[in-house]
Design a protein around this ligand. Structure first.
Ligand code: C5P
Length: 232
């Protein structure tokens, strides 16, 4: 498999736990996501170890700061050799452009978070963002594309509309995925891998269904086979 679509979220608090899980997986079936918790605990050293095992890494640190600081952070992250990094689109045009300039197009993928799905209309009004969240997501995705970033993180429910509004050449990375008949955990709106790909997602971020499975590799293979005929 040349382009695995599953990104396993390594939501652990130690390098040992993350490496134990990585030992059970194979790079041809998945990439790995290292987020704020694991990176704060284990740092670049762990990222390098995971890459040495052959995994592509999505470094999910969601940078959001003044343009100069974000640009420098992106450069250092890309120099680690990771496959993908991200920033907050709410950092605005100047920040997005600075991030883009810091990383050559075609090397490390640079994507943006639009709105955090934890925020509802009231939360958005609290911080002065009026309007309906779907429209704000589209506006932020357009801004992201305008600044030549490679894509956005979005829910599968937003994916079809974003694909329609922004076009094909834009990467959609989607969390909130659950296999058919699986537990939702704390995810409110879930989608199966098949539905997410059908709606236009390119990559699926999947955590607990794989990390807590009795056989994580088998689960990963099953999820891949659910989508294999859709991505050929
Ligand atoms: O275990 P689960 O599959 O729910 O993990 C989903 C991963 O995707 C977690 O790392 C979570 O932080 C991330 N995520 C999410 N919803 C978003 C953005 C990111 O679940 N809107």
């Amino acid at each position: 498999m040349h382009n695995p679509r599953i990104i396993v979220a390594l939501d652990f608090s130690s390098a040992e736990d993350a490496l134990r899980l990585a030992e059970k997986l194979e790079p041809r079936f998945c990439r790995l996501k290292v987020g704020k918790e694991l990176f704060t605990a284990a740092g670049p050293n762990l990222v390098e170890k995971l890459m040495l095992k052959g995994f592509d890494i999505f470094l999910d640190l969601k940078f959001h700061d003044i343009p100069n600081t974000v640009a420098n952070a992106c450069k250092v992250a890309a120099n680690l050799g990771v496959w993908m990094i991200n920033v907050h689109a709410l950092g605005g045009r100047k920040m997005l452009l600075a991030a883009r300039e810091a990383i050559a197009q075609g090397s490390t993928k640079l994507i943006a978070v639009t709105l955090l799905t934890s925020m509802d209309e009231n939360d958005l009004a609290d911080i002065g963002l009026q309007g309906n969240p779907e429209q704000i997501v589209v506006r932020l995705a357009r801004l992201t594309k305008d600044c030549a970033l490679d894509g956005v993180v979005c829910s599968a429910l937003e994916a079809a509309n974003l694909r329609h509004q922004i076009g094909e050449d834009f990467c959609l990375v989607t969390p909130g995925i659950r296999p058919l008949n699986d537990r939702a955990d704390d995810q409110k709106r879930i989608t199966t891998p098949r539905q997410a790909i059908q709606k236009g997602s390119n990559y699926l971020v999947i955590g607990r269904p794989i990390t807590q499975a009795n056989d994580p590799l088998l689960m990963c293979q099953q999820l891949n086979s659910e989508i294999s005929e859709l991505i050929l």
